[in-house]
Design a protein around this ligand. Structure first.
Ligand SMILES: [Zn+2]
Ligand SMILES: [Zn+2]
Length: 332
C-alpha cells in the first residue's frame, strides 16, 4: 500500500509499505480522505517539538471499514478519532481521554493515516452516517473548535472574541455562532479577515485589539478564545476579557506567559485550557454537517491526490497563510 511519509525534515515521499497488522479489538480501514493541517506542515518543516522521523503523517481522517469487525460492517463510513488514550490514567478514568497523560496521536507520535490503509482501535471510530467522505475528514479539526466553544459554556448573546483567523480559530467561531454568541474576529492578516467575512459571514473583524474593544464600549468580551499560537498575542488577550468572563487558550506555545493578577482577579476571570476533543465534540460536528450548518465546500481550499501532494507539499507549506483546508483524496 501507499503511505505519505515525512522521511526527514524538509523531505516528503510516497512510499510502499506492507498492509498494517490488525491487533485484537482494532479495525482495518480503507482511508478515504485526509485533511492537511498546521501540525503536518510543522512536521514537514522539522518544527514539531517531539517527533521521530520517518513518520507517516495524517490525523484528519475519513475511512471505510475494510471488513466486518468489532460491530462495524465492511464499507461503513467512519470518522477516526486520532487521539489514542491509555484508558487507565487519572484523566482517562475521569472521562477526559482528550488530555490522557500518555496520549498518542496518529500521524504525530505514531504513524498516521495518509495511507491506503490503517488499523485503529474500534473505540476510536465513530459512524459518519449522512456525511460525505470529505465532510467526515473535516470533523476532527472542527471538533477542536467545538470542544473549545463547549469549554467556555457559552450562552446566547454572549460577546465572543476569536483571536487568530486560521482553521482552528474558524472552527471555534463556527461553533460559538451555532451557540448563538456574537462573534468578532481579531487577526493581523487582512486577507484572512476578508475570508472570514466574505466566505463565512463573520462581519465583525478587526486588525487591532483596541478596535475590537471599542465595539464593546470598553466592556470587553464574555469569552475570548486564543487560536494564535503566539505568546505575546495570548498575553494581550487577557485585557479583552469582560468582568465575569472566560479566556480559553486553544493554541499552545513553548514560552511562558504572564498576566497581571489584579486584572485577572478583579474580573473573576476563568482561564481555561482546551486540548484536542472528546467524542461528544465529534458528534456535535457531525450533527452540524447533517443540519447543513457547516459548508465543506467553503472550508476546502484544494483537493489533491497523494502523488499531487508529494509534488506540492513544500510549496503549500511555504504559502499557507490564506489556505483553510487542503484535502487529499485516497479513494472516493
Ligand atoms: Zn490537524
Ligand atoms: Zn490516559
Amino acid at each position: 500500500m501507499r503511505v505519505g511519509t515525512c522521511v526527514a525534515p524538509g523531505s516528503f515521499a510516497v512510499e510502499e509499505r506492507p498492509a498494517p497488522e490488525v491487533p485484537e479489538g482494532w479495525v482495518l480501514l480503507d482511508i478515504c480522505s485526509v485533511g492537511i493541517c498546521g501540525t503536518d506542515y510543522h512536521i514537514l518543516e522539522g518544527k514539531h517539538p517531539f517527533l521521530n522521523y520517518p513518520r507517516v503523517i495524517g490525523h484528519e481522517l475519513s475511512a471505510r471499514v475494510a471488513r466486518d469487525s468489532a460491530g462495524f460492517a465492511a464499507g461503513d463510513l467512519v470518522v477516526v478519532n486520532p487521539y489514542l488514550a491509555c484508558g487507565t490514567c487519572r484523566a482517562c478514568t475521569r472521562g477526559k481521554p482528550n488530555c490522557c497523560m500518555a496520549i498518542e496521536v496518529l500521524g504525530v507520535h505514531r504513524d498516521g493515516g495518509l495511507a491506503d490503509q490503517l488499523a485503529v482501535p474500534a473505540g476510536n471510530l465513530y459512524p459518519a452516517t449522512g456525511l460525505t467522505t470529505r465532510e467526515a475528514a473535516m470533523v476532527e479539526f472542527l471538533a477542536i473548535g467545538a470542544h473549545a466553544a463547549a469549554r467556555a459554556e457559552l450562552r446566547p448573546g454572549d460577546r465572543v472574541l476569536v483571536t487568530g483567523a486560521g482553521p482552528i480559530g474558524l472552527g471555534t467561531a463556527l461553533f460559538a455562532r451555532i451557540a448563538e454568541a456574537e462573534v468578532t474576529f481579531l487577526d493581523i492578516s487582512p486577507a484572512r479577515l476578508a475570508t472570514m467575512r466574505d466566505t463565512f459571514g463573520f462581519d465583525a473583524t478587526h486588525g487591532a485589539i483596541a478596535d475590537a474593544m471599542a465595539t464593546t464600549e470598553g466592556d470587553g468580551f464574555d469569552a475570548v478564545f486564543d487560536a494564535t499560537g503566539n505568546a505575546r498575542a495570548i498575553e494581550a488577550g487577557f485585557a479583552a476579557v469582560a468582568h465575569g468572563g472566560s479566556y480559553v487558550l486553544v493554541s499552545v506555545v513553548k514560552d511562558d506567559i504572564t498576566f497581571a493578577d489584579p486584572e485577572f482577579h478583579k474580573r473573576e476571570m476563568r482561564l481555561i485550557g482546551s486540548r484536542n476533543a472528546l467524542r461528544a465534540d465529534f458528534e456535535t460536528v457531525m450533527q452540524a454537517f447533517r443540519d447543513r450548518r457547516i459548508d465543506a465546500d467553503a472550508l476546502c481550499s484544494a483537493t489533491l491526490t497523494l502523488e499531487e501532494l508529494a509534488g506540492r507539499f513544500a510549496g503549500l507549506a511555504a504559502d499557507r497563510a490564506d489556505l483553510v483546508k487542503v484535502m487529499v483524496d485516497l479513494r472516493p
